[in-house]
Design a binder for this molecule. Structure first.
Ligand SMILES: *[C@@H]1O[C@H](CO)[C@@H](O)[C@H](O)[C@H]1NC(C)=O
Ligand SMILES: *[C@@H]1O[C@H](CO)[C@@H](O)[C@H](O)[C@H]1NC(C)=O
Length: 198
């Protein structure tokens, strides 16, 4: 008695959710998530996760069991498990993404600190002043490096520079843009005039 009532409720709930009419001689299409009645038949209008609609039937996504959750046909995945992207969900979201997910079409994401690039795949230069850089890797440089992303090394006899041939800080006792001139100072001298600094 109790089991029978339970079974009826289950069927009613099932029908309400699926809108599939279980009349005599009819069946509900497999893996179908919504239906409409067409000529007394349950016609499938959308499929469960990991299946796609083809000729009124729900067929398995090719990449089922891999990382694909929703596909629009056998070979095109439109929603991947978190952490994956591309039409077959075969690409992994970059370590530089700030969450474990990225755009399914192109892998783009918001970058966590210290990364840049269209998919946040590039770490900021180690020569940046801080562990932060702009959308193209640009940052302020530590002493001894130059360039918008600080990948340039100042020449050896120069402690800091603005470009490959313009020193902004010569070692003590040296001055000039290439630090090629000598000054007689106990500390640093003015880089332009060679005058002692204090
Ligand atoms: C699969 O679906 C995608 C996106 O809707 C489409 O570009 C592609 O041509 C489809 N492929 C087939 C074989 O139908
Ligand atoms: C990736 O796709 C999103 C949404 O379609 C778009 O806003 C973004 O610009 C794309 N990124 C790249 C790198 O193409």
């Amino acid at each position: 008695m109790v089991n029978d009532a339970y079974a009826r409720i289950t069927i009613v709930v099932y029908m309400l959710i699926n809108m599939c009419t279980l009349a005599i001689g009819q069946s509900c299409p497999a893996y179908c998530s919504s239906f409409e009645q067409t000529f007394g038949q349950n016609k499938c209008t959308s499929c469960e996760t990991e299946y796609f609609l083809s000729n009124d039937e729900c067929k398995s996504c090719t990449y089922i069991g891999t990382n694909c959750i929703i596909c629009s046909n056998g070979t095109y995945c439109s929603k991947c498990l978190p952490g994956f992207w591309d039409t077959n969900c075969g690409a992994i979201c970059s370590d530089g993404c700030d969450t474990n997910s990225c755009n399914v079409l192109n892998g783009s994401c918001a970058c966590k600190q210290g990364f840049y690039g269209s998919t946040c795949q590039v770490p900021c230069s180690q020569n940046c002043l801080t562990d932060t850089c702009g959308p193209n890797g640009e940052c302020g440089c530590k002493a001894g490096y130059y360039g918008s992303s600080c990948y340039g090394n100042c020449f050896e006899t120069c402690e800091d520079c603005t470009d490959a041939t313009t020193c902004s800080l010569c070692p003590p006792g040296k001055y000039g843009t290439l630090c090629g001139d000598s000054c007689q100072c106990s500390s640093r001298c003015d880089i332009v005039t060679g005058a002692c600094m204090n």
